[in-house]
Design a protein around this ligand. Sequence first.
Ligand SMILES: [Zn+2]
Ligand SMILES: [Zn+2]
Length: 245
Amino acid sequence: MENNSITPQSVPYVGHIVPYYPEKPSYLEPAPFFVRVKKFLMTLLVAALVAGIMIGIGSKNQWNWLMYTGIGVFVLILAAGVFAAATARVGKCPYCHQEIGQNAETSLGSQDENELAECGICCNWMISNKGELRPFRREDMKPDQELKCKVMDQSVWPQECLVCGAPPVRYIELKNTKLNAGSLLIGRISVSWGTLKNAPYCAYHDDAVRLKIEDKTMYLVFKDFDVMKRYQHVNYHRLMTGQRL
Ligand SMILES: [Zn+2]
Ligand SMILES: [Zn+2]
């Protein structure tokens, strides 16, 4: 937190967005065979790469210890891959009911303990815990939790001040961390970026959200959970009803 910024928690909210929290959790199911194979092959690749480099350098310099360490690392990563494949689960998002957990972005496991999972379709956050998917709530926040939300195709802002919900009187260009101009031009992200770069604020508030780019993916980083939750709700609502809030 920077000290020149407002503290959104202390600002009363006067808008009309009431984020939806599904009452019922959804339950994880064993991942299909191809998902397990994919997860396993991905770790096999990483194991071979890391160990290959260590063994290669070791044998070139005749450092036996490095070669043995490389073999050890290979076995360890592979064991982790077997575990991940064996415990891999998929589940339906309790919000939009689409299946999640099939790709590397959202990894669900039967042994998860209160782990954050993000729906790649409606962008809502949830908690994966011992075979159950439930909505993520403010109480689930960890002290160092990064409130990072992937920018989706056609992501939109609420039509009100992000912080207090008053009618917006200005639209402020997002500040960013380590912005690489080239990344803005890649494919569909630039479409969402066009609609998102001016954040709606009233005359009193600003700087509630920043932009972050990691591995060519664009994220919004929020300062306050409620502000992020309203953003997620607005986009979920648009996805389900086609209407903007
Ligand atoms: Zn969803
Ligand atoms: Zn405001």
